[in-house]
Design a protein around this ligand. Structure first.
Ligand code: CU
Length: 247
């Protein structure tokens, strides 16, 4: 019988606290996170940058109409950030960090925000994959295969043009890449790590297209957020897609 070495990946315990414990909509909330190795319990104080940051925090509400991507500050093993949740209801939070010398780890949390009960909007797949940005300055187009099958790697790219149709060629790096992409399933259970096809230098200027590779784990609705930087400002745009059964 072959004896396997215990080169087991460290398992981390992420702890999230909000102050107040039951946040109110529209009021700033202090969020703190610590990460420990389950067996030991001391907060880990050293982390490695992933996509240029020590921790990524993604916050969505339960109908995926709200999205925030934050980077808490690390001090003495405690990550902290202040955030105001726009509406009452249930939020889901993912924290992504890589302890020094360890594995990149994703942890999910739920946080209830009090106040008026919120109406849950229905997630509807987009039929038009080109839309004007919220600020009206850009046109964002999502290019993806006509049919997306679960379990198959697909390439997803965003193409950005100015409102007048001029392709953007002076996009700036965001988190060490031409852009950032987050994909979450309609039931907010699945969070996909999406990898940019290339990393870029700090002096990179590019566009109009930024490509990513992703594998959707199962059939259903997913929302895809693309984030890009131009003229010092971050642009976030999202699309909803239907993924069919693999095979
Ligand atoms: Cu981030």
């Amino acid at each position: 019988m072959k004896h396997e070495a215990h080169g087991q990946a460290a398992v981390y315990n992420f702890n999230l606290r909000s102050d107040p414990a039951l946040p109110k909509a529209g009021t700033p909330v202090a969020i703190t996170l610590s990460v420990a190795e389950q067996k030991i319990g001391d907060p880990i104080t050293e982390f490695e940058s992933v996509h240029d940051k020590l921790m990524h925090l993604i916050i969505v509400n339960n109908d995926l109409s709200y999205f925030a991507h934050l980077h808490p500050h690390l001090r003495d093993g405690i990550f902290s950030i202040t955030h105001a949740f726009p509406e009452s209801g249930e939020y889901k939070i993912w924290a992504d960090a890589k302890p020094k010398g360890g594995a990149q780890t994703l942890a999910a949390f739920r946080l209830a925000v009090g106040g008026q009960p919120n109406r849950k909007a229905e997630l509807v797949p987009d039929t038009n994959f080109s839309k004007k940005s919220q600020d009206g300055k850009y046109q964002v187009r999502l290019k993806l295969p006509e049919k997306i099958s679960a379990g198959k790697s697909v390439s997803i790219s965003f193409e950005l043009t100015e409102a007048n149709g001029k392709p953007l060629t002076d996009m700036e790096p965001l988190m060490g890449a031409g852009g950032h992409c987050v994909i979450i399933s309609g039931d907010a259970r699945e969070f996909l790590h999406v990898h940019p096809l290339e990393e870029v230098d700090h002096d990179w200027r590019g566009g109009p297209e930024v490509a990513f590779q992703a594998t959707f784990p199962r059939a259903g609705l997913y929302r895809i957020w693309g984030q890009f930087q131009h003229k010092g400002e971050v642009l976030t745009e999202s699309f909803t897609v239907m993924v069919s059964q693999g095979g």
